[in-house]
Design a protein around this ligand. Structure first.
Ligand SMILES: [Zn+2]
Length: 215
């Protein structure tokens, strides 16, 4: 599925925007690669299914000049007919289809294995409250709100504490969320009770009074 807008033309294997003359990744090339990979996967699973792949351009504002008729492309004016034809094809789902669906779901990867995160440590991180819009640490407190000195953006204290707590959880999932840890992380001149109030509102408290932590 592609949501390209405006006018494009095909120049042999190149997809080019008429307006900017910029070249874009040709989806037919992407399609060939992914359908070949899917076929190989099915073969390795010993599942014998026919794979018919098409690029579907869904945006009604899309035009493709010089599109050869033999390319596996469904243009916006053909999408309705394409689905109608699909729906008209008689079919019955059997156990084999369910097995295939379950297999594909079990192989689905939600995390990109190629992402590598830089190493970072708690001690190295700058502690403090920063603006949610421009990321500046130059914020001051006025009437129960943080006000950014740079861009003028306002944020309720409680919401800013919630935002910074979620960030601490994401960066350091092994650290316990306590009033003290958030007090340290936000490093701002506020009463500890303000922190525990915000935590109580957005998270569930566990443990006894002197040792309360939040999740
Ligand atoms: Zn700002």
């Amino acid at each position: 599925m592609k949501n390209f807008q405006c006018d494009f033309h095909l120049e042999s294997d190149k997809l080019i925007s008429v307006k900017t003359d910029r070249e874009y990744k040709n989806p037919v090339v992407q399609l060939k690669r992914s359908s070949s990979l899917l076929r190989q996967l099915l073969q390795s699973l010993k599942l014998n299914y026919l794979v018919e792949a098409s690029v579907i351009f869904i945006n009604p504002e899309f035009t493709l000049y010089r599109a050869p008729m033999d390319l596996p492309i469904i243009l916006p004016t053909q999408v309705n007919r394409f689905f109608n034809d699909l729906n008209k094809t008689p079919s019955k789902l059997n156990d084999g289809h369910k097995k295939l669906a379950q297999k594909l779901i079990s192989l689905h990867q939600t995390k990109n294995p190629f992402t590598t995160l830089p190493k970072y440590f708690y001690e190295q991180q700058k502690k403090g409250v920063y603006c949610k819009i421009c990321m500046s640490f130059e914020v001051s407190i006025k009437n129960n709100e943080f006000v950014c000195e740079k861009c003028g953006c306002h944020e309720k204290i409680e919401e800013a504490i919630f935002r910074h707590t979620k960030e601490l959880m994401l960066l350091f999932p092994e650290r316990k969320i306590t009033t003290q840890s958030i007090y340290e992380w936000c490093n701002v001149d506020l009463n500890r009770r303000t922190f525990s109030r915000a935590l109580k509102k957005h998270f569930t408290a566990f443990g006894v009074t002197s040792d309360t932590y939040y999740k």
